[in-house]
Design a protein around this ligand. Structure first.
Ligand code: KG4
Ligand code: ZN
Length: 336
């Protein structure tokens, strides 16, 4: 079964093909440079850019993979959460294609797709514990199947990636700053700065990173260049420790889970990876991360999630809604 995946939820436009669980190719255009001067994504510019590039990206994917539109068996698209105007470009494109090819449409939750991306390397095993840490979201899930995710904890304020980006901005780094902070951290001393490990003194699995962000931004504004590496290493450590403690608690509460999946842009972070690999070894659990290129927003994860749902018989009617950030994505699949 050949599944096309379409992604346009934020500032990456991408299309990808997955055949029988295997990635055939992806065409992706990033808008990072367009938004960098504004220090964040400008929604109106983002949707216009998605609209400009989505057709040519589809053509180049077909040329690169040697496939024709008619070969596509199912069309998957990120239906949310994200910027509504951006999402609508991908969803309208996917609906039009599904209609003209007479192929089933499947709307994919962008956050769940980030986690299911671990399957691009090797078929995943269920049930699993999923830690999602991206620019807009931080959450823990108990994952029963590609369609059944039970949320165990969520972020009450700023997401992990948001804390990286705002701290990096105060350091004078370009947006999005997480990757650069991580690179600087590799040659810094993580013991140099004392930063808070927020919202741990409770018995739930929710996260709160606004306190870490406020503290780090205040400190970062007055740093001399030669201390920035140490500061980034200390920030990496504070973030990784906080995520590790709640992940360990989720394992305590779900002792039957033997797999940990970690995904989203922040899952590319080197300190977080090392910290969670150690946790998994202590708990004798398997740990999986998508390869770094599939941690950031991409369409391979949408095509893979769509294919996983389609083989189980899930699909959506053409009146499927597009869901902006802040609204729960309904489980409104139809079975084919
Ligand atoms: O998942 P993603 O590409 O987009 C969203 O859906 O939000 O995540 C982007 C976020 C940004 O905040 C970026 O700074 C962060 O992931 N990020 C990192 C690293 N690479 C990307 N944060 C920490 N360390 C990294 N290596
Ligand atoms: Zn994302």
């Amino acid at each position: 079964m050949l599944c096309l995946g379409v992604e346009s939820s934020c500032d990456e436009t991408a299309v990808a093909l997955v055949e029988d669980g295997r990635l055939l190719g992806q065409s992706l255009a990033s808008q990072i440079r367009l938004h960098a001067i504004f220090n964040g994504v400008v929604p109106e510019l983002a949707s216009r850019e998605h609209y400009r590039v989505i057709g040519p990206l589809f053509d180049s994917l077909m040329a690169e993979t040697g496939k024709k539109a008619n070969d596509i068996d199912v069309v998957a698209v990120a239906r949310g959460p994200g910027l509504l105007g951006s999402l609508l470009v991908g969803v309208a494109f996917a609906k039009g294609l599904a209609l003209c090819l007479d192929a089933p449409l499947i709307g994919v939750d962008h956050l769940k797709a980030h986690l299911l991306a671990v399957g691009l390397e090797k078929p995943p095993e269920f049930p699993a514990l999923g830690l999602l840490a991206s620019g807009g979201h931080t959450a823990l899930y108990r994952i029963e199947s590609p369609a059944v995710f039970r949320r165990l904890g969520r972020c009450l304020d700023d997401a992990a990636g948001e804390a990286f980006d705002k701290t990096g901005r105060a350091l004078g780094l370009p947006y999005p700053a997480g990757k650069t902070m991580d690179e600087l951290a590799r040659s810094g001393n993580p013991e140099s700065f004392r930063l808070p490990r927020p919202y741990l003194n409770n018995d739930n699995l929710d996260f709160s990173f606004s306190g870490l962000k406020t503290s780090a931004v205040a400190e970062a504004k007055n740093l001399a260049d030669e201390t920035k590496r140490d500061f980034c290493a200390s920030f990496n450590r504070a973030m990784a420790e906080t995520l590790r403690i709640k992940t360990a608690r989720a394992l305590d509460a779900n002792p039957d889970l033997r797999e940990i999946w970690v995904a989203g842009g922040v899952a590319a972070n080197s300190t977080l990876r090392e910290t969670l690999v150690t946790l998994a070894a202590e708990r004798e659990a398997k740990i999986r991360f998508p390869s770094p290129e599939y941690c950031a927003d991409n369409a391979a994860m949408i095509a893979y999630a769509g294919w996983s749902l389609a083989v189980l018989g899930y699909a959506h009617p053409l009146d499927m809604e597009t869901i902006p950030r802040g609204r729960i994505i309904p489980d409104d699949y139809a079975k084919t």
